[in-house]
Design a protein around this ligand. Structure first.
Ligand code: SF4
Length: 332
């Protein structure tokens, strides 16, 4: 069955060469922001994407939103390359920005901000536009009186709701939500997460929810992908990932938030910073920080593991498991 949106063996590399290196065809180094990601998202599904800063999750989100072009591989929406679809279909894929205050024009009130995408959808009669503005505001939990406010008159949570209303005005089928709760307090975070979840369920909209906040991802996602240095290292249904994490990196991330029992034996604490994506380590990219390398052996720094299934819907990239073989993509 065709996925709503899918990335197939997608890579996004950025050149770090200076103008002189480019002039002399000397190449220079490459930043491997996303390195061979395959991911399917079904209609109505909420997929969480987690990992530390710089792991490539925002770049992957931008690739799936069509705001970046892959260096290699393909991104397809309903089976058609995202780069070749018509403008009408293109509107079905949207991105909800991390900082709504920066994405909303401070000189326009909410009515004007929402009118623009509504007109883009072909609604031109004033009464129709007004009705749609009120209905969008209601959908995101704001009353009609917010239509006359400006962004500087809104709180962080209200801004994110207006940004979501603007996104919904384009009647999307897939939204990339890039850290939408990173700039709000805990109360507002829960409200925004619930709102996104309700809207996704009611309208059948698929979401890619990008966050470094595991508790937020656990709250909202059906399925979670864990990303490390440009690669997905584990993918599983949300509950299963939290109950039975298999990759040492996932274990370490969960261990870092499991502070309920300070006497608990910490299975896989996370030390140090991730290596640079300009010079990823040979072999398994996680090996310099992994607590299991001695147990597994030299293969950890000699070969890169492939992302392979341990069960139908639980995939992992780690040689701890006999099911996992070497990544056929030798450019580690
Ligand atoms: Fe750790 Fe080796 Fe597994 Fe990589 S392959 S995560 S280094 S045990």
């Amino acid at each position: 069955m065709t996925a709503l949106i899918e990335a197939e063996s997608v890579k996004r590399y950025y050149s770090n060469a200076s103008w002189l290196q480019r002039l002399l065809f000397l190449g220079g180094s490459e930043i491997q922001a996303v390195d061979g990601v395959t991911l399917r998202i079904e209609k109505g599904e909420i997929v969480g994407l987690v990992g530390e800063s710089g792991c490539g999750k925002t770049t992957l989100g931008w690739l799936l939103a069509g705001l970046e072009q892959p260096t290699e591989g393909a991104v397809r929406f309903k089976g058609r390359s995202l780069g070749n679809i018509d403008a009408e279909t293109r509107k079905k894929v949207q991105l909800l920005f991390q900082y709504p205050r920066e994405s909303l024009n401070p000189r326009h009130n909410v009515r004007t901000i929402l009118s623009y995408p509504i007109r883009k959808m072909g609604h031109t009669a004033t009464a129709d536009i007004t009705a749609r503005i009120h209905s969008l505001l209601e959908a995101v939990g704001l009353s009609a009186r917010y239509a006359d406010r400006y962004s500087f008159q809104l709180s962080g949570g209200e801004l994110q709701r207006v940004a979501l209303a603007r996104t919904l005005a384009l009647e999307p089928e897939f939204i990339v939500c890039d850290e939408p709760t990173s700039a709000v307090d805990m109360n507002v975070k829960v409200q925004i997460l619930k709102l996104l979840s309700d809207i996704s369920r009611e309208k059948g909209i698929s979401l890619l929810f990008i966050s470094h906040d595991l508790s937020a991802v656990r709250f909202i996602a059906d399925r979670i992908c864990v990303m490390y240095l440009g690669k997905i290292v584990e993918q599983a249904p949300a509950q299963q990932l939290f109950d039975h994490p298999c990759h040492p990196y996932t274990m370490a991330l969960l261990d870092a938030i499991a502070d309920i029992d300070p006497n608990a034996i910490r299975k896989a604490s996370l030390h140090g910073q991730p290596p640079s994506p300009m010079a990823p380590p040979a072999g398994c990219r996680f090996h310099p920080r992994c607590a299991y390398t001695e147990q597994v052996g030299t293969i950890c720094w000699e070969r890169g593991p492939a992302l392979q299934p341990l069960s139908t819907d639980h995939l992992v990239r780690c040689f701890l498991y006999p099911e996992v073989s070497q990544d056929p993509d030798r450019k580690q």
